[in-house]
Design a protein around this ligand. Sequence first.
Ligand SMILES: *[C@@H]1O[C@H](CO)[C@@H](O)[C@H](O)[C@H]1NC(C)=O
Ligand SMILES: *[C@@H]1O[C@H](CO)[C@@H](O)[C@H](O)[C@H]1NC(C)=O
Ligand SMILES: *[C@@H]1O[C@H](CO)[C@@H](O)[C@H](O)[C@H]1NC(C)=O
Ligand SMILES: *[C@@H]1O[C@H](CO)[C@@H](O)[C@H](O)[C@H]1NC(C)=O
Ligand SMILES: *[C@@H]1O[C@H](CO)[C@@H](O)[C@H](O)[C@H]1NC(C)=O
Ligand SMILES: *[C@@H]1O[C@H](CO)[C@@H](O)[C@H](O)[C@H]1NC(C)=O
Ligand SMILES: *[C@@H]1O[C@H](CO)[C@@H](O)[C@H](O)[C@H]1NC(C)=O
Ligand SMILES: *[C@@H]1O[C@H](CO)[C@@H](O)[C@H](O)[C@H]1NC(C)=O
Ligand SMILES: *[C@@H]1O[C@H](CO)[C@@H](O)[C@H](O)[C@H]1NC(C)=O
Length: 585
Amino acid sequence: MVLSYVYYEMKCHLLLAMIGAFAVMVVAQKQEGFISLDCGFPIEESPYSDPSTGLTFTSDSTFIQTGKSARIEKQLNQNFRKPYLTLRYFPEGKRNCYSLNVNRGTNYLISLTFIYGNYDDLNVYPNFDLYLGPDKWRRIDMEGRSNGTKEEIIHIPRKNSLDICLVRTGTTSPIISAIELRPLRNDTYVTHSGSLRRSFRVYLSNSEREVRFADDMYDRIWTPFFSSRFTQITTNLNINTSDTFEVPKAALSSAATPRNASAPFIISWKPIPSDAEVYLYLHFAEIQTLQANETREFDIIMKGVFNQSGITPPKLERLTVFSAVPLQCDLDGCRLELVRTPKSTLPPLINALEAYTIIEFPQLETNSSDVVAIKNIKATYRLSKISWQGDPCLPQELSWENLGCSYANISTPPRIISLNLSASGLTGSISPILQNLAHIQELDLSNNSLTGSVPKFLANIKSLSLINLSGNNLTGSVPQNLLDREKEGLVLKLEGNPELCKISSCNPKDKKELLVLVIAPIASVLIAIVVVGLFLVFRKKKVPLDVHAPPSLPVAYVGHSKHSEPSFFLEKDKVYLFRGSRNDK
Ligand SMILES: *[C@@H]1O[C@H](CO)[C@@H](O)[C@H](O)[C@H]1NC(C)=O
Ligand SMILES: *[C@@H]1O[C@H](CO)[C@@H](O)[C@H](O)[C@H]1NC(C)=O
Ligand SMILES: *[C@@H]1O[C@H](CO)[C@@H](O)[C@H](O)[C@H]1NC(C)=O
Ligand SMILES: *[C@@H]1O[C@H](CO)[C@@H](O)[C@H](O)[C@H]1NC(C)=O
Ligand SMILES: *[C@@H]1O[C@H](CO)[C@@H](O)[C@H](O)[C@H]1NC(C)=O
Ligand SMILES: *[C@@H]1O[C@H](CO)[C@@H](O)[C@H](O)[C@H]1NC(C)=O
Ligand SMILES: *[C@@H]1O[C@H](CO)[C@@H](O)[C@H](O)[C@H]1NC(C)=O
Ligand SMILES: *[C@@H]1O[C@H](CO)[C@@H](O)[C@H](O)[C@H]1NC(C)=O
Ligand SMILES: *[C@@H]1O[C@H](CO)[C@@H](O)[C@H](O)[C@H]1NC(C)=O
């Protein structure tokens, strides 16, 4: 007999009707490093404590400059938790991005929730693309998903900022309801390369209660899963789970065995895509009180992939069996069997399991000092260009307007090589931040209302071949070093600045004239520097843009771990490895 259960990508019924019934005792629970954003929620009423979990949610409005707020239809309110009642939708722009501050190198559980809820009264489910930084994460097609959908990965950011972008693909506006980030331990959910995308995370129980925070200190969501072919065992006894994986007691205190005690316990599912690399985490604890003459022992088998024999779950303690190398299932899907050994008097048992597929985010972001510089320029000149969100150069087809980038290959971060802010309403002086665009070749600031002098530092940007400052209100004289660069081939456009001292008349041989002409610019340069300095100091405090990325090249991405395969025994003999049939990469 085959106990088969197919998960076609477990649909997440964000089911919430019953959640209210569980009083949540969470006051004392830490939420260290958690980011919980309720998209579209008014900032005036933020933060608040989600009544069903005790999680502190804040409005998303300080993490994104675009989009509009909306609410799901009133009569749907009772179906969803509070953080899912509002949403942000994006009627404008091709790409809209959240920019979040994270800790580089930390393993994060990143969960996004999308609930349409007929907010616009059009009854048209949206579809759009989701990007993580420069890489496409997934197409979100909400067709028929009246209960919404969730997308979850375990990912280690390469930088201290993380862009989550929604990209319009058709006529519908992208939407998002909630963004949740939870830091995990770095010694769990380790992959050889790439990130983990959740296929499912279940605990074997015929209840309908989702287990998450505060039962799970990392706020992993454990969905109940059961079948008529299973027999349920539960316990009220305490289970020792306080180590590495920290599977919540609530998810371990029930388990399933096959109803036919001599048949194997089988779970099957189809990973997406079917040839995806799969990581599995199986959690066991003996929760039945065994008699002296009773034993439980079984083999864990995925045909052609691995065979781990002789598993005996420890009494009231968690045992986790996981794949240290990625597994590849048949084209028909994955089929996990727990097969009772001949000496066992009891059928196999399992308490909880998690399945993931590998998802790669290979593209290196734009050079981080260029990113910091251009974000600073955006803030300094208060530019509100809708395309100026997310990575400036990537993906190429969504790169920022008015910017030019150089692209080498996927493992070389792009550089910004041109900036054209012609007729962009710029005011104030020419910002020294411009010199941080160290590879810029063409700089067009023409037709604005820039004042102050032509700064000397422009001559220090060795890569520059064209500077267009015409049509502004610049004053003073042109620095000699810039004129020298012009002789070497730099194209320098200055016409249309009525107060700017013309090049020829500014370099007289006469010393008196020189003195007059030079002192004024020095004074104005000093004033400009002070003004710009003060401006920057105050601007930085006000503008919640991420300018924390270090002004260096991003470190090479080395995947999640360098573990050599067999030496990966965590917690002494309590964690087993699946030895994959595939070779270690
Ligand atoms: C939505 O959730 C409800 C309650 O769990 C369920 O009855 C219904 O089938 C779900 N709808 C869809 C489309 O999954
Ligand atoms: C739980 O397990 C750990 C590790 O095996 C052990 O050190 C600890 O003493 C156990 N705690 C209890 C209460 O049994
Ligand atoms: C129970 O499983 C065994 C082994 O797979 C099988 O031979 C037997 O027919 C099953 N019994 C029932 C009642 O299905
Ligand atoms: C174990 O012993 C009990 C009596 O102590 C007996 O009823 C039971 O059948 C035995 N079970 C097995 C599997 O031998
Ligand atoms: C799994 O391994 C055990 C012992 O190594 C062996 O007895 C059993 O036949 C194997 N099962 C499969 C399906 O390969
Ligand atoms: C900058 O853009 C304007 C129009 O948007 C264009 O006329 C001008 O040639 C551009 N400058 C450069 C250097 O390409
Ligand atoms: C410089 O800007 C002016 C005004 O926008 C424009 O007419 C001119 O063509 C530009 N020159 C170059 C070389 O881009
Ligand atoms: C810049 O201004 C000049 C004069 O007003 C105008 O002829 C030209 O078209 C403008 N160029 C751009 C790029 O806006
Ligand atoms: C330059 O300044 C003058 C007076 O301050 C002003 O009338 C004029 O509009 C300005 N020109 C530009 C291009 O901003």
